[in-house]
Ligand binder design. Structure first.
Ligand SMILES: Cc1ncc(COP(=O)(O)O)c(C=O)c1O
Length: 459
């Protein structure tokens, strides 16, 4: 897995030494309680710069980092220093963006149900855009804007109604709940624009996550440009297209079907399983050039905005744990599905056993976490090089939707460390204690132990 890619901050050499920005992961697992997350700021910056470079042909491109994909302070602050804005989806994200020093004009607010308090806060701050998902919400924003004496520019989220990819039928159906289907967008948009305190200026969409090829974005752009032309006929001037996120993390192993099912394993044997994930450069080229061409052919000049998350943070964070128990074909690690709860149907995290060579002899194991949850299984039938109880154990590419979604089912959450661009390792989130988890729990005033209760009864 050692790579010649100069943007790759992880190395696993032929002697078995695995490093992240030069830090030996086996050594770190001996000196720091496992499991812990580890963020490479250098990898984060390289991923973002590569993303910007890929879209460099688009004049005036704006990027809003999707805060929910990884909400660590170091990640959001790094994005701000790189000149990136923030896409927030609620009060928590909004506060994180503010603490990271994001300017209000560099913040956009998405989500299907925003509260009155959140909307009031966003309008008072004067953020760049609230993307509306329903008429109920449009009326609420209109009312609050009126109360604040403001007339505000708003966006509307649309669903471009793309054909469902055959490998993604279930998730595509879930996504139908967001925004308005494109065939209703004109009517809804004209109605939103007709509210006295709102001006519709942006069409926003988000077509999925870890999207394999750019072609789906090109069809989306075609449909949005047609819609903008229709709006123009109704005197509604759309000045911005926000294409959302979804650009793929390159380092993950991508599959069209879950390897957990037998068919997927058969397809894999015949070399038919792995999807050809296009590079970020190819995404940028295809989407950016298509956007420019649509501007030329239609004469429309909207500004393009993007909301990347996963492709920026995924390879910039890994989690370090330990192999704890080997039992039959089961390997138990101290890394739990609590720490990396995202259910990856179509992609797989890379796995590394520091201290073993990348080409070492492998044994197949089902890999489980330490909790009593049945679903606490990280991999099925996964090849593990030279498995030994006590060895360090690393899962790569978990920067997206892991820390922010981690939970406390039967144990407190893990610590987060970051390696800054000078190569210094720093704690950026301490491990939770049992007291931290219980702090918000409310008990009766007097807690009687079993012992004193039985003493009282017998006495
Ligand atoms: C509205 C919106 N924008 C952006 C993103 C970021 O997507 P990704 O991490 O796949 O780039 C998401 C993720 O769910 C989203 O819902």
């Amino acid at each position: 897995m050692s790579s010649n890619d100069k943007n790759q901050h992880f190395e696993w050499d032929s002697a078995g030494k695995a490093t992240f920005d030069g830090h030996d992961l086996a050594e770190l697992s001996d000196t720091h309680p496992t499991p812990f997350y580890l963020v490479s700021v250098g990898q984060l910056v390289d991923n973002y710069r590569r993303f910007r470079e890929a879209f460099s042909m688009v004049e005036g491109l704006k990027c809003y980092y999707s805060v929910k994909s990884n909400f660590e302070s170091v990640v959001i602050s790094t994005m701000r220093k790189e000149g990136c804005g923030a896409e927030v989806s609620g009060a928590l994200d909004l506060e994180l963006a503010r603490r990271a020093g994001m300017k209000p004009e560099n913040i956009v607010f998405d989500g299907p149900r925003k509260t009155e308090a959140e909307i009031e806060e966003a309008l008072t701050m004067g953020i760049h855009m609230i993307d509306i998902e329903s008429m109920t919400e449009a009326r609420m924003i209109n009312e609050i804007a009126g109360r604040l004496g403001k007339k505000v520019n708003v966006g509307m989220r649309i669903d471009p109604s793309l054909a469902k990819p055959y490998y993604d039928k279930v998730i595509s159906t879930y996504k139908k709940k967001f925004g308005y289907p494109i065939d209703q967008a004109l009517t809804m948009g004209v109605a939103i624009n007709g509210l006295p305190n709102l001006t519709l200026t942006c069409i926003m969409t988000h077509i999925g996550s870890q999207v394999f090829t750019p072609s789906r974005y090109l069809t989306t752009l075609d449909r949005i440009f047609e819609l903008i032309a229709d709006f123009k006929k109704h005197n509604v001037e759309i000045a911005e297209i926000n294409l959302g996120g979804g650009y793929p993390a390159q380092s993950m192993r991508n599959m069209r079907l879950s390897r957990r099912i037998r068919l997927a394993k058969i397809l894999e044997r015949f070399g038919r399983l792995e999807a050809d994930v296009k590079s970020i450069d190819e995404f940028g080229q295809a989407i950016g050039n298509h956007f420019n061409q649509l501007c030329r052919t239609t004469g429309l000049k909207p500004q393009l905005s993007l909301e990347p998350g996963r492709c920026i943070v995924s390879s910039a964070t890994l989690i370090v744990g330990r192999i704890e128990i080997l039992k039959n074909n089961w390997l138990f690690t101290d890394i739990s599905i609590n720490d990396i709860p995202e259910n990856l149907f179509f992609s797989e995290w890379r796995l590394v056993v520091p201290g073993t060579r990348p080409d070492a002899t492998v044994t197949e194991y089902n890999i489980a976490g330490p909790t009593l949850a049945t679903q606490d299984v990280l991999y099925f039938e996964k090849e593990v090089p030279e498995p030994k109880e006590g060895s360090p154990f690393v899962i790569m590419d978990i920067g997206a939707y892991s820390i922010a979604r981690s939970n406390q089912f039967t144990r407190p959450r893990s610590a987060v460390y970051a390696i800054d661009q000078e190569g210094t390792l720093k704690l950026v989130r301490r491990a939770e204690t049992v007291d931290d988890v219980l702090r918000t729990q409310i008990w009766d005033d007097v807690v009687e132990s079993d012992e004193s209760a039985s003493e009282r009864k017998t006495g």
